[in-house]
Design a binder for this molecule. Structure first.
Ligand SMILES: *Cc1c(COP(=O)(O)O)cnc(C)c1O
Length: 367
């Protein structure tokens, strides 16, 4: 059993006392990089630090501007602010990921140094277009992959078939290993991926005080290492990761099929060629609040809203000067999204129960 295998390795770790950095972390970083199809993976303290370190290593410091989406978890924006940079919001598209067309429009008005797309819910943002825009404006691209490990896109460029994992499109990418994410440790953890040797070296330095050896510091850094113990926990899950993601995908397909014909319900179908890993299974529905209380009350289903308040309308964002109406798609989505249980341990009865509950609330579409 996985748990006892993990405990065995932790037991060995206790004997060595090798709690920070070291061999297990290196092994996990290597497995992670290979899984994502990138050259480097660097274990850090959490997903938010991963974003902040990735931004910093790409030259995002005081006074720079970073384009991102207001439809995200607050940490995306918190990391930009923690760098001393200014978030510039751009509305999302119907897929809940940042809209490339709207980025292009925003770049007519705002100067920016980087784009931070979020692979929301396990979907893949439109990276081909985002990278094209970034290249033509000389911007760095830092991906927020905290919800999307294992997501990927296969597409063709001038007749060649290309396959990319989320986290391998940009200059650097940030992952979270928080217990609620699709690959998770027993506490907080994060990872940065990159194909750039210099960025990788910089992040390795930064996460460990800027130390090049025991006694010498060449730049001031932070303490944000991935605990060796957490690296053990995650490394043991790597062989099963795709199996677990496939279970989510299978449940999501069942839901998509069952809810496709309901009036007032929109199912989260990915673009063609995208492997959506469904960290969240989010419907967009009419009468959302009524539906939510029906599910959580009468039906006792663990449904949630991620998230009811867009980041640009949070109290923390007041100094940025945004107002209601600035990002109509995002603001409308925050009123219509609802997440259903999609974790790989759902039983057949539970899946069926959720399906029947949803079908009991909405009418079938008239033919
Ligand atoms: C979870 C999450 C983060 C932050 O990760 P932590 O490990 O909790 O710091 C950042 N961005 C998104 C989109 C997330 O879902």
């Amino acid at each position: 059993m996985l748990r006892s295998e993990i405990m065995d390795d932790i037991d060995t770790l206790l004997d060595t006392g090798d709690f920070t950095l070291g061999k297990h972390l290196q092994e996990f970083e290597k497995a992670f990089a290979s899984y994502c199809g990138v050259k480097h993976a660097i274990g850090v303290g959490n997903g938010t630090d991963a974003l902040q370190l990735a931004l910093g290593a790409n030259g995002i410091w005081d006074g720079t501007r970073v384009i991102t989406t207001p439809f995200t978890f607050v940490a995306t924006v918190g990391a930009i602010v923690a760098c001393g940079a200014r978030p510039v919001f751009v509305d999302n598209g119907d897929d809940l990921c940042i809209s490339p067309e709207k980025i292009e429009r925003a770049l007519h008005i705002h100067d920016a140094q980087a784009i931070l797309p979020v692979h929301w819910a396990g979907n893949v943002a439109s990276m081909f277009e985002i990278n094209r825009i970034a290249k033509s404006h000389d911007l760095a691209v830092i991906e927020d992959v905290c919800q999307a490990i294992g997501a990927s896109e296969t597409y063709s460029v001038m007749g060649n078939v290309v396959h990319h994992c989320a986290g391998s499109f940009g200059n650097a990418a940030a992952f979270s290993l928080h217990p609620l994410k699709n690959l998770n440790c027993w506490g907080d953890g994060g990872m940065v991926t990159t194909n750039d040797d210099n960025i990788a070296r910089e992040i390795r330095l930064q996460r460990n005080h800027g130390l090049v050896n025991r006694d010498e510091v060449i730049e001031f850094g932070v303490n944000s290492r991935l605990d060796t113990l957490q690296a053990i926990v995650c490394l043991k899950q790597m062989p099963d990761l795709d199996k677990m993601l496939d279970k989510r995908i299978a449940i999501a397909s069942r839901y998509n099929e069952a809810f496709w014909g309901l009036k007032g319900v929109k199912v989260p179908l990915p673009r063609r060629g995208v492997r959506h890993t469904y960290h969240l299974y989010q419907l967009k529905v009419d009468k959302r609040d009524e539906f939510l209380s029906y599910l959580t009350g009468e039906k006792a289903i663990d449904a949630k809203v991620h998230y009811p308040i867009p980041v640009h309308l949070q109290g923390a964002a007041r100094h940025l000067g945004y107002k209601p109406g600035d990002f109509p798609q995002c603001e409308s989505d925050c009123k219509h999204v609802v997440s259903l249980p999609v974790h790989p341990y759902l039983t057949e009865e539970e899946i069926q129960y959720v399906i029947e509950a949803v079908r009991g609330f909405y009418e079938p579409k008239p033919l």
